[in-house]
Write a new protein. Structure first.
Ligand code: HEC
Length: 203
């Protein structure tokens, strides 16, 4: 009897410790992810412009195409790394349905390569000769909204500045010929250049 009573007490203590551990882990998890605003829908200012989202550098990172000046006759349109991000909640929906939901924001932050030491724009670091990410230098965004952007295959395109931060807080949709048209002509799937984002192409 006494034996069983003791083991019940033991079980209770173990159970409470387990609950405390789970609670602590949950708490740590939520504080680590607190910077990502769970509200992932685009915010539209009173004048109809798109507001620049916050916390995007902690979103899911899709990839970084790079078109350096030295390989583009000295004048690439965007000589920086093109770091592309999507909100984790949208990423989850895409992974389970294979579709970008209404309100998807794809955010591309431009990041300069570090100062060149060679004619081809490269430099040498301890890991070898190559291109290395330097300062942030601009933001482009695409938003899926079939009502607002029905005339450009459901996506609108926005430029928040092509320069060092701070970026513009809001931006108006760019004319179709400036941005959307090239995505209409050349993108892989639903206006997105999926081929460059391995994370979207792997299970
Ligand atoms: C000449 C064609 C062309 C034009 C014009 C163009 N884009 Fe793109 N865009 C691309 C290509 C190619 C990629 C993927 C590869 C890369 O970034 O180099 C891309 C990627 C993007 C992405 C990342 C998501 C995706 O669709 O892959 C965003 C966001 C984006 N562009 C926004 C814009 C905005 C905003 C404009 C206008 C200011 C614009 N683009 C104009 C060709 C273009």
């Amino acid at each position: 009897m006494r034996q069983r009573g003791l083991s019940r007490l033991g079980a209770t203590i173990l159970g409470s410790a387990l609950i405390a551990a789970v609670f602590t882990a949950g708490h740590l998890y939520s504080s680590a992810t607190a910077a990502v605003n769970p509200d992932w829908k685009p915010k539209w200012a009173a004048d109809g412009k798109l507001e620049l989202p916050t916390g995007y550098r902690e979103w899911v990172y899709l990839g970084s195409p790079l078109t350096p000046n030295a390989l583009n006759g000295g004048k690439a349109g965007f000589p920086e790394y093109h770091n592309v991000y999507v909100h984790p909640a949208v990423f989850k929906i895409y992974k389970s349905t294979g579709k970008w939901p209404e309100g998807t924001i794809l955010l591309k932050e431009l990041q300069l390569t570090m100062e060149a030491q060679e004619k081809d724009g490269s430099r040498s670091e301890v890991s070898g000769r190559g291109y290395f990410p330097g300062a942030y230098n601009g933001i482009d965004i695409s938003v899926k909204d079939s009502k607002r952007f029905a005339s450009s295959q459901n996506w609108g395109y926005f430029n928040f500045g092509h320069h060092a931060p701070p970026y513009a807080k809001t931006a108006a949709a760019a004319p179709t010929e400036n941005c959307a048209q090239c995505h209409i002509d050349s993108a892989d799937e639903d206006m997105v250049f999926k081929r460059f984002y391995a994370i979207l192409n792997t299970k």
